[in-house]
Design a protein around this ligand. Structure first.
Ligand code: CA
Length: 227
């Protein structure tokens, strides 16, 4: 059975989608906001995500980015707005396809089938979901970080940065790459953002933030996660 995660805050639309999808033998989970969506996605591992961009608690694009930190599940975006830059931003963030509201159920079903079909044949590389160091652990799937056995709370932006770094252990990630990935191409010169966020991450995760052991700065170039 193909499992769909429907992320949408309009209860009427959710009801219509659930009825139509279940009638076609899809398994359906529904989330009314981004936070719930990320939790359900990690717990239920859906085969495809149908994602409304206008959510009450976070931008749909940020949901895409958070998902892409650990999964290649196909994401079809539902966009109420016709603004094309929003769709571009969603696709840039890692969405596979989009459909503009109002849409016909048949078109939506066709897009879902196509999105699932595209990924079926691609063998997935083993994905990094859990990273352990002597100092801390990072569970990308459960979005849980611990240091010395205690939970550490990371903000969505901090998670995004950590995902990129820990998925590329030992590799230099340039400032520009990090800024583009986390804040978007228009912010790629805001190296001060990186300094602030990397300092926060070190305060939260490193035993001696002034002399980091894991989150290394390569001056003038970028950052590296050292195991
Ligand atoms: Ca909405």
């Amino acid at each position: 059975m193909t499992r769909v995660l429907v992320v949408e805050d309009d209860p009427q639309l959710v009801r219509a989608l659930v009825i139509n999808l279940r009638a076609r033998k899809y398994g359906v989970d529904a989330a009314p906001d981004g936070t719930t969506a990320l939790r359900i996605a990690a717990a239920r591992q859906p085969d495809v995500v149908l994602l409304d961009l206008g959510l009450p608690d976070m931008d749909g694009t940020d949901v895409i980015k958070a998902l892409r930190g650990w999964t290649r599940v196909p994401i079809v975006v539902l966009s109420a707005r016709r603004a094309s830059d929003e769709k571009v931003a969603a696709l840039d963030a890692g969405a596979d396809d989009y459909i503009t509201k109002p849409f016909s159920m048949n078109e939506l079903l066709a897009r879902l089938r196509a999105a699932v079909r595209r990924t079926e044949d691609i063998p997935l590389a083993p994905e990094t979901t859990f990273v352990t160091t002597e100092g801390f652990t990072i569970d990308l799937l459960a979005k849980k970080a611990t240091r010395d056995g205690h939970d550490v709370r990371l903000t969505p932006t901090e998670w995004h940065l950590m995902e990129i770094l820990v998925c590329n252990p030992g590799r230099l990630i340039t400032q520009k790459q990090l800024l583009q990935e986390v804040w978007g191409a228009s912010q790629s010169d805001k190296t001060n953002y990186l300094r602030v966020y990397m300092a926060q991450l070190r305060r939260k995760l490193e035993a001696d933030p002034a002399h980091p052991r894991y989150l290394i700065t390569e001056p003038g170039m970028g950052y590296r996660f050292e195991r």
